[in-house]
Design a protein around this ligand. Structure first.
Ligand SMILES: C[S@@+](CC[C@H](N)C(=O)[O-])C[C@H]1O[C@@H](n2cnc3c(N)ncnc32)[C@H](O)[C@@H]1O
Length: 299
């Protein structure tokens, strides 16, 4: 069993649940998400989103907020009936990190650990087993972006092509599901080194928050997916805080769903993104969220 790479810092949450217990297997700075004080308890990023949209004259977001409130506040509702502002509402500083040193340095040493707890991993693997093409389907290819020594794919899952991308070669080399891998810093070079229309599925586990040029990367994802191909972004409420983008470290789970949904929307080439909450034991073990979309089918 791998060591879990996390420190749980009690977060300011919108609920009144007690903070989760400190976990065993503590290593270093992989921690549960704090919220930026300026947002205040009970004030969501969604309001900020609306204000940004209003400031740019894109008031479509207003009706989104209204509809989100009417329907409730679970993360699954966040991406329903969104009227996105015309322009991508985030600014350059939203993608800055506390630690702007090269990511290759931060990931230089392998970490043979897991970044979410066992129930969250099990929930993700189960989700994959429900949406992945059957194992050993001829012609099917998958890509695990921001991969490591584990991809959390179903036990025994195989395809003739499962590519991995990440920053640590030792980790990628040890990942049993990969048939090939590429070491590439996506924040330096967001161009994905694959042909157009190559992959049936792209996965990215607990790492979308480290991407500083998300629109470039998501455009590339649309390019290399086959028409109808599925992109699955999953995340919990932990991160390497110093390496995550500031808009992520300053907001909460629902906001993260919105942020990732916006990447799909503004990159273009995707169906409207959807969110699924696969948290196995809400409030007790690590939450787990999926934001997914399919590449638009060829016209
Ligand atoms: C928290 S780990 C998650 C690893 C793996 N997906 C998992 O579920 O265990 C973050 C991963 O993102 C990758 N990563 C971080 N910054 C990156 C960058 N700038 N370019 C490419 N990959 C990056 C690292 O290689 C690392 O494996």
């Amino acid at each position: 069993m791998a060591t879990r790479l996390c420190i749980k810092i009690p977060a300011i949450t919108l609920s009144c649940l007690p903070p989760p217990p400190f976990s065993s297997g503590v290593v270093n700075s992989y921690r549960q998400q704090p919220r930026r004080a300026v947002l205040g308890i009970g004030v969501s990023f969604l309001s900020q989103f609306m204000n940004m949209a209003a400031a740019t004259g894109n008031l479509g977001a207003k009706s989104f907020i209204a509809s989100a409130r009417q329907k409730g506040s679970t993360v699954e509702k966040v991406l329903e009936n969104v009227e996105w502002p015309q322009q991508f509402p985030f600014k350059e500083e939203d993608f800055q990190r506390f630690d702007e040193s090269p990511d290759t340095v931060f990931y230089e040493s392998p970490r043979f650990v897991t970044h979410i707890d066992d129930p969250a991993i099990a929930a993700l693997t189960k989700y994959y087993s429900e949406v992945f093409p059957p194992s050993n389907t001829p012609g099917v290819a998958l890509l695990d972006m921001c991969s490591s020594w584990v991809s959390h794919y179903p036990k025994g899952y195989k395809q003739s092509r499962i590519a991995g991308m990440g920053l640590n070669e030792e980790e990628l080399k040890r990942n049993p599901v990969l048939t090939e891998y590429v070491v590439q810093d996506l924040n330096v070079n967001p161009k994905l080194p694959f042909e157009d229309n190559t992959f049936d599925v792209i996965t990215n586990v607990v790492s979308v928050d480290y991407i500083t040029k998300p629109i470039d990367v998501f455009k590339e994802m649309a390019r290399i997916l086959k028409p109808g191909g599925l992109a699955i972004m999953s995340f919990s409420n932990r991160c390497f805080w110093t390496k995550a983008i500031s808009i992520w470290t300053s907001t909460g789970d629902s906001d993260h769903v919105m942020i990732v949904g916006s990447y799909f929307h503004y990159a273009g080439g995707f169906e409207p993104p959807k969110a699924v909450d696969i948290s196995p034991n809400p409030g007790r073990t690590d939450p787990m969220y999926i934001v997914y979309s399919r590449k638009l089918a060829a016209v």
